[in-house]
Design a protein around this ligand. Structure first.
Ligand code: SF4
Ligand code: SF4
Length: 124
């Protein structure tokens, strides 16, 4: 009985202590936490020259290229369903064409929305 009362009091004391603490969580989605500068979120690609290095260093096979008969890339795809956001592609891209943004809200209804597809050759 004594032990039960003690446990109850400890529980109440814990609740009481937390009544006056600032919450560590945010009321998402009304409030969103600002990600820091090293956060690796959704990829953005711009200024790609089609060298294919990112595809070679991607550990999860998330990057696909298609080349024409002259070796020019006319289609490339970053599949965020496979991406583990390791940042390898952005780190090794010689043109700095890949940016890891702070955007992390990737939930969507259609899986195709998680495929970043670029057609018509790489940016010049
Ligand atoms: S994104 Fe960068 S590493 Fe990948 S093919 Fe384009 S230029 Fe090369
Ligand atoms: S962040 Fe990593 S897993 Fe995602 S596409 Fe780049 S190399 Fe592949």
């Amino acid at each position: 009985m004594l032990e039960l009362s003690r446990a109850l009091l400890e529980g109440l004391w814990t609740v009481f202590k937390h009544l006056f603490k600032k919450p560590v969580t945010l009321e998402y989605p009304e409030k969103r936490r600002e990600m820091n500068n090293v956060f690796r979120g959704k990829l953005e690609v711009s200024g790609c020259v089609g060298c294919g290095i990112c595809q070679k260093v991607c550990p999860s096979g998330a990057i696909t290229f298609k080349k024409d008969e002259y070796g020019k890339v006319y289609f490339y795809k970053f599949d965020l369903k496979k991406c583990i956001f390791c940042g390898n592609c952005a780190f090794y891209c010689p043109k700095g064409a890949i940016k890891m943004t702070k955007y992390y809200e990737l939930a969507c209804e259609k899986s195709e929305e998680l495929e970043l597809v670029y057609k018509g050759g790489c940016d010049d």
